[in-house]
Design a protein around this ligand. Structure first.
Ligand code: ZN
Length: 180
């Protein structure tokens, strides 16, 4: 593999960006199929319909063993560079949801976690995203960050940096946690 090649993952594509049928290479046309004003990508050559599914995102609310501190990462990338957010990532087709949560947390923090119950579900239609947020318990508190973060910290629930959170969903989820 050529390690000099770096492709930016761009998931905010629209139906209009997709020009050609992946089966036969014929031009797609956008036409109403089931619901009016919600056109689908149709190939009139091979009759393939290409449904663009939302991207599935998992977010981990990682708590320490005593469950009185929550892990936040200070982002080193836009959007929200310098602000605090939870670890998480996209679930690729064919990958297990819970293994994805564990591997994303391990990659971003060095922590191994046990994934517990679901905390929140959300859909951000404009971004084409469905987000599932799970509670996870860390086996220890030593964090080894990667390039995606400036630092990582376990915050006591009364020390959450409310004015420096990266996303509206970060705040919403922390409010849910703080209420418990
Ligand atoms: Zn086709």
């Amino acid at each position: 593999m050529n390690k000099d090649l770096y492709f930016k993952y761009q998931w905010r594509y629209k139906k209009e960006d997709l020009k050609f049928c992946p089966r036969c290479g014929h031009h797609f046309s956008l036409e109403d199929l089931h619901i009016s004003n919600q056109p689908q990508l149709l190939c009139h050559n091979c009759e393939f319909v290409f449904y663009i599914d939302p991207k599935l995102v998992v977010v981990a609310v990682v708590l320490n063993k005593e469950e009185n501190k929550v892990l936040l990462l200070q982002r080193n990338e836009e959007p929200g560079k310098g602000l605090w957010a939870f670890p998480g990532g996209h679930v690729e087709r064919g990958h297990d949801l819970f293994e994805t949560i564990q591997s994303e947390v391990r990659e971003e923090t060095g922590l191994s976690v046990a994934v517990k119950g679901i905390i929140d579900t959300d859909s951000i239609a404009s971004d084409g995203v469905v987000q599932l947020t799970y509670r996870a318990i860390a086996h220890h508190e030593e964090i080894i960050i990667n390039m995606e973060s400036q630092q990582g910290r376990f915050f006591a629930l009364d020390q959450i940096p409310w004015d420096a959170l990266a996303f509206p969903s970060t705040k919403k989820i922390l409010q849910l946690i703080a209420k418990e």
